[in-house]
Ligand binder design. Structure first.
Ligand SMILES: Nc1ncnc2c1ncn2[C@@H]1O[C@H](COP(=O)(O)OP(=O)(O)OP(=O)(O)O)[C@@H](O)[C@H]1O
Ligand SMILES: [Mg+2]
Length: 172
């Protein structure tokens, strides 16, 4: 193993019984977000990628009403305490089309990037990524598996786990 390889990702699982619990998780992720963060959202149609993206953006000071999945928009930009870039790659024709949007610049300007359907463009995402994988377990239940791939993502994951544990203690 060479010295430049990153350590294995660490992962953490959160079970959400309602949209409100998902929003609370998203708020913790938003509070943890640092300039340059890239958050990969993975999960089927209706899993909750946009729902958690909205909560993350809101915690960054963005008006949540702006955070939607409009049909033909691949990148939305919102003003928060950091700039927030919201990508929805569902209708993207190819990875080249994604690169042609100039995504590398978005990744590097010190904002927070939220990427829905991130698996479709996994090969061209930066190396340091916080991955949020969502499974639909019931009509209103979801399992979130959050894994850190890189030091920035790891610091965010550590902060989220502490934040969620503290709010759970406070709220019973
Ligand atoms: N626990 C939960 N967490 C999040 N969303 C939930 C939950 N329970 C039910 N839902 C519902 O699931 C749906 C999630 O929709 P959302 O648009 O966020 O999905 P998505 O993953 O972005 O889908 P798409 O791939 O179509 O963009 C919403 O209608 C929401 O009300
Ligand atoms: Mg969506």
């Amino acid at each position: 193993m060479s010295g430049s390889e990153s350590p294995p990702p660490t992962a953490w699982t959160f079970t959400s019984a309602s949209e409100e619990e998902t929003a609370a998780l998203g708020a913790a992720v938003g509070r943890s977000a640092r300039a340059g963060a890239v958050i990969a959202l993975v999960g089927n149609l209706g899993a909750g990628k946009t729902r958690i993206a909205r909560a993350i953006a809101e915690a960054l000071g963005v008006d949540p009403k702006l955070v939607t999945s409009p049909t033909f928009v691949l990148i939305q930009e919102y003003d928060g305490r950091l700039p927030v870039f919201h990508f929805d790659t569902y209708r993207l024709g190819s990875v080249d089309e994604f690169l042609d949007l100039g995504v590398d610049e978005y990744f590097e300007v010190g904002g927070v990037c939220l990427v829905e359907w991130a698996d479709r463009v996994a090969g061209v995402l930066p190396q340091d990524v916080l991955r949020i994988e969502i499974d639909i377990t019931d009509v209103s239940a979801r399992t979130f598996r959050i894994s850190a791939h890189g030091p920035l993502a790891q610091s965010m994951l550590d902060a989220v786990a502490v934040d969620v544990a503290e709010s759970t203690r406070e709220n019973g």
